[in-house]
Design a protein around this ligand. Structure first.
Ligand code: AVI
Length: 323
């Protein structure tokens, strides 16, 4: 397995410091949701995925459990090939697709990539015990660096970007990400992306504002991470969580709310950051799509839509695109 080197870790910490400094100094404070996923945050996200309100997990599980056969037929690959998964997480959903391929005796290698070393180690162990006959080559790191490395692979590739992660990118970033994926794909390679679809707004609201406060803990962990990694003195009890879904544009936006006027200090930047009472830090965008919006996104980035695979409630789609 490829581990992130100490040098890369230092650079990552410097980038985190720069991003937090910039985000907390801005007139409208923000910190990217990519920083949710340290080992603790990845663990909390596993809990979110088990919540009854958080429907995307079950919907995608259903798609991959019931429609893997059709997805495989749509690939039209000559064997052997690679299945490269970005942001693999615990891989339970992906396992439904992989299991089908193993059962059919298809020759492929599974290449999961995740930023969290702990998540990828656990994934490898789980996959090896569930599907011992499958070839697996896990990678730890960020998509962009890893995608460069993978571009040297000669075999046809199916890239997986599941879980609706694309919804966490702003339009410009999503286009950039898809362009980068596209640049490293050969003609005929496929990309299967999970998109959460627009639906009854109350269903979406409940998924991001759970009564148990797990999503709140997920957001507050960002402050804990700042304390731990940047030497902060942030008191978590002085912040609340707020999320809002706007059906007019399909955007869920999540925030941390400063409950009092306060100053926090970070040793790493050697700076104080002031908050007004009720001032927000924007932490996450979770965009909900329409099928026509997905098709536009695909065309804009020079892909062709092969098929949409939707769950029975049409809450979620895994959309298969071709380069
Ligand atoms: C990872 N990502 C697709 C999740 C989402 O739905 O935006 C992260 C999440 N945030 C709050 N709940 C789940």
């Amino acid at each position: 397995m490829m581990e992130v080197s100490t040098v890369e870790k230092d650079t990552e910490l410097e980038i985190f410091e720069k991003d937090v400094d910039q985000g907390l100094s801005a007139p409208f404070k923000f910190i990217s949701s990519k920083y949710f996923y340290d080992d603790i945050g990845s663990g909390i996200f596993q809990e979110i995925m088990k919540m009854p309100e958080y429907y995307p997990t079950n919907c995608e599980f259903e798609i991959l459990s019931l429609q893997s056969e059709e997805i495989i037929q749509n690939l039209q690959f000559n064997e052997p090939f690679n299945i490269v998964e970005f942001g693999a997480g615990d891989g339970i959903k992906t396992r439904q697709l992989l299991k089908k391929l193993v059962e059919k005796g298809i020759d492929f290698t599974y290449v999961p990539i995740d930023i969290s070393g702990k998540a990828i180690r656990e994934l490898k162990l789980n996959m090896q015990s569930a599907l011992p006959e499958m070839r697996i080559r896990p990678l730890t790191g960020n998509y962009f660096t890893m995608v460069e490395e993978l571009s040297s692979l000669e075999m046809p590739c199916l890239f997986l970007f599941l879980g609706g992660n694309i919804g966490n990118y702003q339009d410009e970033e999503a286009n950039q990400l898809l362009k980068q994926f596209g640049q490293h794909m050969k003609p005929g390679d496929k990309l299967l992306t999970g998109f959460d679809l627009q639906k009854n707004p109350a269903t979406i609201r409940d998924a991001y504002d759970d009564k148990q406060g797990i999503t709140k803990a997920f957001n507050l962990n960002l402050l804990q991470r700042i304390n731990r990694e940047l030497g902060g003195d942030i008191k978590l009890g002085q912040f609340d969580f707020y999320s809002h879904y706007d059906p007019a544009n399909g955007e869920v936006k999540s925030y941390l709310v400063s409950l009092i006027a306060q100053r926090v200090y970070l040793q790493k930047t050697d700076k104080y950051y002031s908050f007004g009472k009720n001032e927000l830090i924007w932490t996450e965008l979770s965009k909900k799509y329409t099928l026509s919006g997905i098709e536009e996104l695909s065309e804009r980035n020079n892909f062709t839509v092969v098929n949409h695979f939707m769950d029975c409630k049409h809450y979620f789609t895994d959309s298969l695109w071709m380069k």
